[in-house]
Design a protein around this ligand. Structure first.
Ligand code: C5P
Length: 283
């Protein structure tokens, strides 16, 4: 990308720094470009889903706008940013990337996926069936897949590399990883953002069943700052509240369609099969 240097690609997003910087460590701004790649069970699948990167960026931008009061990594205004608070100008973003990218502040990221669950699903449901708890948080007996929890719980995971599985961990393990003060703050912020966001979703007929946040420390002030994507259809389970209320638990406005198809059509050995056109369209 003109004016920007590619430094890293994750499963879905590609990171760039201003061409004058050499790495994320000395950059004053980062350009996060959301691709159309789809990942599930920590693999990148074929084919991509057209416009998915634009949708994820639109969702993140909208939610960051709703979450005032919580420090976040966004550097741009409503249009694409041209300068950073540090005073250094960030290169312009070429128009064809604008809708799928954001200019953000580089942070020192914590290696923790801060998951909050208001409902039992996915790895939360799997772990509950074995231990009646999730990440060491004890839950009542007799819950079923999709049930609402008595109150939202913080269930952190350790970030895995491509092809590995993220590992659910206890709060105590996060204390070992980042220290007690930061661990407690990550939990507090995650539960607060979830409470705010689930209220906003609920008012629109959508249940925020669970979601994942990532935080980093501001390099100048140390402030714990919301980073990454927020409350997107990749990082969250969004359910249709009306359908849920009438006992139908399959209406999901997120990546669950892909996960379900893959779980039914792949034994998790070797590379995953290509997604059929019907699943790509539905998603
Ligand atoms: O799969 P699991 O039940 O652990 O996921 C909980 C929530 O965290 C889901 O909303 C899922 O989309 C999100 N998540 C994520 N990235 C991961 C793991 C989970 O966004 N690597």
């Amino acid at each position: 990308i003109d004016g920007w240097r590619h430094v890293y690609s994750g499963k879905v997003r590609d990171l760039y720094v201003p061409a004058a910087s050499t790495s994320l460590a000395d950059a004053t701004a980062v350009l996060v470009v959301a691709s159309d790649r789809v990942s599930a069970f920590d693999f990148v699948l074929e084919p991509g889903i057209p416009q998915k990167g634009e949708l994820l960026t639109t969702l993140s931008r909208w939610w960051f706008g709703q979450l005032d009061g919580f420090a976040n990594h966004v550097l741009e205004g409503s249009s694409v940013a041209q300068s950073t608070p540090a005073g250094g100008a960030a290169p312009a973003v070429p128009a064809r990337f604008a809708a799928r990218s954001m200019v953000v502040k580089p942070l020192d990221m914590f290696p923790i996926e801060c998951v909050v669950r208001g409902y039992l699903a996915g790895s939360g449901w799997a772990e509950y069936q074995k231990t009646q708890s999730v990440c060491g948080v004890a839950l009542p007996a007799g819950l079923r897949d999709g049930d609402r929890l008595p109150s939202p719980i913080y269930t952190p995971a350790f970030k895995a590399e491509l092809g590995d599985h993220d590992e659910n961990i206890t709060f105590e393990r996060t204390v070992e990883l980042v220290g007690g003060d930061v661990a407690a703050e990550l939990r507090r912020l995650s539960l607060e953002v979830y409470a705010r966001a689930s209220g906003i979703a609920e008012a629109r007929g959508i249940i925020l069943a669970d979601t994942k946040f990532e935080f980093g420390a501001d390099r100048d002030t140390g402030e714990i700052t919301l980073a990454d994507e927020v409350l997107t259809s990749d990082s969250s389970r969004f359910w249709d509240a009306a359908a849920y209320g009438s006992g139908e638990r399959t209406a999901s406005f997120d990546k669950q369609i892909v996960r379900n198809w893959l779980a039914a059509n792949w034994d998790k050995t070797g590379t995953p099969p290509a997604l059929p056109a019907a699943i790509v369209e539905q998603t």
